[in-house]
Design a protein around this ligand. Structure first.
Ligand SMILES: CC(C)(COP(=O)(O)OP(=O)(O)OC[C@H]1O[C@@H](n2cnc3c(N)ncnc32)[C@H](O)[C@@H]1OP(=O)(O)O)[C@@H](O)C(=O)NCCC(=O)NCCS
Length: 153
């Protein structure tokens, strides 16, 4: 099975009901989707995201829909015997509603995974910690930035 098929397998269309009026849907979206392009431009100006599409497989983009509005995305991939979310982004006005957490929990349900997170990205650290990841001693440097490894076994 190719990596593309594997990714297709893990995130086709999953729905989470947050309350009686809110539905969050995770759905594969086309790279050429105009809504995605708008979101990518927003993500590019986020200090923790940067060059979102650099060396990524655009076919694996998963959109986060909040009552049918595209409010975020991730570009997950398989790596070794685990998974990575790839860049993960939620529009600022939709943050802190549990959207990223619902996605990460579903992606890593019974699966191993890794995430490299900047030492001052508290939101992302909290996100992965609350999804069963633990901080490892390993870190890598990207220029002046230190990224710590968070893993889920
Ligand atoms: C990181 C990010 C994706 C989180 O998305 P989100 O949908 O707001 O996260 P959630 O609402 O699911 O929150 C998950 C957990 O993190 C916590 N959290 C979220 N934002 C937080 C913040 N700014 N400060 C502290 N904790 C925060 C929540 O309280 C929640 O914790 P809990 O489960 O203990 O209650 C979002 O902040 C974002 O897009 N940031 C910019 C891009 C980025 O940093 N991406 C990750 C690195 S590639």
């Amino acid at each position: 099975m190719s990596m593309r098929d594997l990714i297709k397998d893990i995130m086709v269309s999953l729905e989470t009901k947050v309350d009686d009026t809110t539905i969050i849907l995770f759905k594969k979206i086309g790279f050429g989707d105009i809504r995605f392009n708008t979101l990518v431009n927003e993500a590019k100006s986020d200090k923790f995201i940067g060059d979102v599409l650099h060396e990524r497989d655009p076919k694996s983009v998963t959109g986060f829909f909040y009552n049918d509005i595209l409010v975020g995305f991730a570009i997950p991939r398989k790596e070794g015997d685990g998974y990575r979310t790839g860049p993960i982004f939620v529009k600022s006005e939709y943050r802190n509603k549990g959207i990223a957490k619902a996605f990460v929990k579903q992606l890593f349900d019974n699966k191993k995974g890794n995430a490299y997170i900047e030492e001052n990205n508290i939101a992302s650290q909290r996100l992965f910690l609350s999804c069963g990841f633990t901080k490892q001693s390993k870190s890598i440097k990207d220029g002046n930035i230190i990224l710590f490894l968070y893993s889920k076994k």
